[in-house]
Design a protein around this ligand. Sequence first.
Ligand code: EPU
Length: 471
Amino acid sequence: MIDTDFAFMGDYVLFSFGYYLSLRVSYIMRCAIFSRHGKVYHLDKYIIRGGNPLFGEVEISGAKNAAVAIIPAALMVEGVCRIENIPQISDADMLLTILSEMGAKVRTINKNTVEIDCTSVCREGAPYDLMRKIRASYYLIGAMLGRFGSAKTTMPGGCNFGVRPIDQHIKGMTALGAHVEVKGGFVYAEAPNGVLTGNKVYLDKVSVGATMNIMIAASKAQGKTTIENAAREPHIVDLANFLNSMGADVRGAGTDTIKIYGVEKLHGGTYTIIPDQIEAGTYMAAVAATGGEITIKNVIPKHLDCISAKLREMGVEIDEYPDYVVVRRMGKLTRANVKTQPYPGFPTDMQPQISTVLCLAEGTSVVTEGVWDNRYKYISELKKMGAEVQVDGKTAVIEGVPFLTGAPVAACDLRAGAAVVIAGLCAKGETVVEDVSYIERGYQDLVGKLNNLGADIVCVSEPDEYTSAVV
Ligand code: EPU
């Protein structure tokens, strides 16, 4: 018995260390790529030969925006937390590395399943250089406060589309009794005597991040917390289900009022992350743009309603089944107006992809961004490919053109990257997409999945002159 335990422990340590090492190597490589001498270098690019309609089947991975909250939330759990359907994306890798550096044992079971044991973690191990790189590191404020009674994190990084304040996160933590201070690029938070106390929090703005962060922290606060004007995205419900499966008591997720009854301890368990609504929507937009017919497997069709409704209005046919959808576009695309809103409205994370499709629809379409201040940077890239779009503040007026033409373009952020890839798929000629590391933050194997559907994309690693001299 003892031997077996030792053998298992040895295996465990070896696996954890192997996984940790591979993450560190990929992180160190990324650092070399992105931050050497403070300049940005681009190693990978996609070369897309456009014009192929898409046909076949594609499997959707786990939801990025659920995974990036659930991984930090695992910090609250004392015991082994087995998480299935984690997407293989760099943002999730980065968060797993952060937990490892804080002392968590992270064991890879297979490419989409990990076991995280945060029984003996320490706040001081937090790697601030990594935290600074991703937006979702803000969930560590709630998770550290809940676990240690105090937190020190960096201000979060992430895609840049205008001001991205965290005042509602701070409002929430303050309502739970924490003293929060932002100083010199760091966030410091301290609960009196290390204990948070449940309270009512009314969010001034519907915020996904603030809703989830407060849910995480309040899971271990003393008493009841009520979040009003809460966000309702599918990943909010997924986080609640994850926390509940580890012993928390969160009720009402998916509505605008969430009640959290604090518990003393969260225990280990197994949880499977939901499929990614936005990844599925991106493939729907891709086939709408190229024409063809694809089956998108491992989806929750209800989560796609807001996207399906708009695509149908544009002439795309969608057949829904319990866990897959068939998306077909054979005829012409029709113009449409789109306004992004918090769920169940049309998602802002699909705005660049749907706008790209509208570039090819007959007539004039108007797109209004209702969540972010500045999410149209990719339009200048689409214009290089022949798109006709005028942006005025939060509104883009799109005049449909018969076709786009391949050009060298850049991925300005994650979804902007998906948009230029879609544009490249339906453009005449060759499109070269630079800065694809943004895309790899949030899409598992985009190139492989699209090529399986008949696309022609080659991913090349081509260090520029300076990088090859120094890396
Ligand atoms: N806001 C505030 N104060 C806050 C927080 C947000 O004013 O304290 C404002 C924001 O400036 C924005 C709006 O509220 O205008 C909504 O922001 P939210 O907090 O909902 O966004 P987030 O949590 O920072 C997440 C996703 C984004 C997605 C938005 C909206 C993660 C890691 N990010 O960001 O995803 O666009 O919700 O759905 O979950 C993406 O996946 O490409 C992406 C950017």
